[in-house]
Design a protein around this ligand. Structure first.
Ligand SMILES: [Zn+2]
Length: 238
């Protein structure tokens, strides 16, 4: 989380807004993602109205193109998370009927507008939005997030890497993408770094986390502790 935040700080000029996610919620999301394998999960999240971003943190991570009022809940830390669906990359975005069965469902889209922010997982695939993801995001009042996990044993989901886009990794310093050669990736796979071992026994090699608005703009994610301070706060350049 410290290296992720230091990367968020270094790339702050690429973002027009930021969102603060508590580390303990993040940890829970990773665990849920592994428990649901091989499915993707869809998680709804609301803001904690009592916990605005700490102004000194907001200031520190603010880029020169910062814009206020970009999305619902902007300026507030994410509160609790709730799993609302699981399925494949298409069906995960379509909630079961008991979630959408009200008179507003048709006007609120496939997710019925229950939450401010949404996150879904990409098991053994990069955290980059698909077309279905972009469609689902059109109804999101806050931001959409994707949690990409690379783990082994891979089971039925070998790592899928043939996607273009910007990745944000947790636990490793930013580095150039390895060349996209099958041979290279085969050998690369044998030497994967292990970030940690999940209670499920899966070795976690890579965690990616991104947030974006429905117009495609990236939102900078800051992982914060119980005091609302980023992990690695004291180590950031002044
Ligand atoms: Zn997706």
């Amino acid at each position: 989380m410290e290296t992720y935040n230091s990367d968020s700080f270094a790339t702050r000029e690429s973002y027009t807004a930021q969102i603060h996610l508590p580390g303990k919620v993040f940890e829970q999301l990773v665990w849920w993602a592994l428990q649901a394998l091989p499915d993707e999960i869809l998680v709804g999240m609301d803001i904690d109205a009592n916990t605005p971003h700490r102004p000194e943190v907001e200031e520190k991570f603010m880029g020169s193109e910062h814009t206020s009022g970009l999305f619902q809940g902007q300026g507030f830390t994410i509160g609790e998370a709730h799993i609302v669906n699981r399925g494949d990359s298409y069906s995960v975005h379509h909630l079961p009927e008991d979630w959408t069965d009200d008179m507003f469902s048709t006007s609120r889209g496939s997710r019925a507008g229950r939450f401010t922010h949404w996150l879904h997982t990409h098991p053994n695939a990069p955290a980059i939005p698909s077309h279905a993801d972009a469609d689902a995001a059109q109804e999101t009042p806050g931001v959409d997030m994707i949690l990409g996990l690379r783990f082994s044993p891979e089971g039925p989901l070998p790592w899928f890497d043939d996607v273009d886009g910007v990745r944000r990794r947790v636990g490793v310093e930013a580095q150039p993408e390895p060349a996209k050669s099958r041979k290279r990736s085969f050998f690369f796979r044998q030497n994967l770094k292990v970030l940690g071992v999940a209670p499920s026994g899966h070795k976690i090699h890579e965690i990616q986390l991104i947030a974006f608005r429905k117009n495609g703009l990236g939102i900078n994610v800051i992982l914060v502790d119980d005091d609302g301070l980023p992990y690695g706060w004291n180590a950031l350049p002044s």
